[in-house]
Design a protein. Structure first.
Length: 360
């Protein structure tokens, strides 16, 4: 696989090489124009190439979408970052330390909750249903290394809980909230959550599943079926999002403030990008987004990765530059590549930082 992203306006190019069968899409937003390209195979066995309509598992890049919904609700006075999550997920009012956790802490990875529930209860096997999840949260105890608001611990658990809280606050599934509050206003027609099927697994609706890429591991071997969900959380709305590079480019453009007809939504996005928790001198956590100093430039980004996908969305807001990378192979250095592209387009001589979370 080979990628070359050109910027005619700035005269820059970045190259990255990899062998087949994996493929990917790249979209870039700039001061003067947007550019996109696709390469490689959506399904090597069927000889199906990647196209602009191909759908990828976003992995943890989807957290930026959830954070946008939270930021929008905060800006509209519908919730507060300081609201306890138990205010909305009322079963947690019977718990212990979970009652101290706020929506803002969930969105900034400072809740104290571990990445997955099994890191807290390693004896537990199999997927978590919603009753299993509530039981775990009510039993959770915060020790000195996991105190709410005191430290940075990347937590998929926290974002699953945040999604549940937003669903409870508005009385709609998170997919319906996304559609009404974000996807429809931005014209994002290729972004969706898989839904449960009879055997308990989750997959995209048939029309979208036909566009989903085959995922491959780092050795280029196919894993699972296109459009089928991974993960341990097993109830509607708890899964990973799928999207296309075109849709994510639209999301990126809104985050850069370039859509004149979506000012309120763009204000919420700008709010989500503001730093909240300083992890170290080069890395500050925002609402899902990372703010990472790279020499003379601050990159705001979110990355994701599973054994079948590598994803990245990043931007230099003051230069109005951004890039989206989606690949259907696990183990790709999407974050490093994305940051290198951004720094090259910004004509910065800085070396891409490795600070921030790996994402998954």
């Amino acid at each position: 696989m080979w990628m070359r992203i050109n910027s005619p306006a700035e005269g820059q190019a970045v190259e990255f090489a990899r062998t087949e069968p994996c493929g990917g899409e790249a979209a870039r937003e700039g001061r003067h124009a947007s550019h996109d390209g696709n390469y490689g195979m959506a399904d090597a066995a069927r000889k199906q190439p990647i196209t602009s309509a191909s759908l990828f598992n976003l992995a943890s890049v989807g957290k930026a979408v959830i954070a946008t919904l939270l930021a929008q609700a905060v800006k509209q006075g519908e919730v507060s970052l300081d609201d306890p999550v138990a205010k909305y997920v009322t079963e947690l009012q019977q718990g212990g330390d979970i009652r101290k956790v706020t929506l803002g802490q969930l969105a900034t990875h400072t809740s104290g909750l571990t990445r997955t529930p099994q890191q807290y209860e390693p004896w537990r096997r199999g997927p978590y249903t919603l009753p299993d999840f509530i039981r775990y949260l009510n039993a959770w105890k915060a020790d000195d290394a996991h105190m709410p608001g005191k430290q940075d611990i990347y937590s998929n658990t926290g974002f699953v809980l945040l999604s549940l809280a937003l669903q409870r606050r508005f009385g709609e599934l998170i997919g319906e909230l996304m559609q009404a509050r974000l996807l429809a206003p931005l014209g994002m027609t290729a972004t969706a959550l898989p839904m449960p099927r009879a055997d308990g697994r989750r997959e995209l609706a048939p029309a979208l599943r036909r566009r989903a890429v085959q995922g491959y591991n780092a050795d280029g071997q196919p894993v699972g079926e296109p459009g089928v969900q991974q993960g341990i959380f097993n109830w509607p709305g708890a899964g990973q999002m799928f999207s296309s590079a075109g849709d994510m480019a639209r999301f990126l453009a809104a985050n850069l403030g370039t859509l004149s007809d979506q000012r309120a939504l763009e204000d919420a996005m700008a709010f989500a990008q503001q730093g909240v928790f300083r992890v170290n001198e080069r890395f500050t956590q925002a609402l899902a987004w990372q703010r990472v100093a790279n020499g003379d430039r601050v990159i705001v980004d979110k990355n994701g990765g599973l054994n079948t996908t590598s994803t990245y969305i990043g931007m230099i807001p003051d230069a109005r530059l951004g890039v989206v990378l989606l690949a259907n192979c696990g183990g790709e250095p999407a974050t490093r590549i994305g940051r290198q592209i951004l720094l090259a387009l910004a004509r910065s001589g800085a070396v891409a930082s490795d600070h921030g979370h790996a994402g998954d």
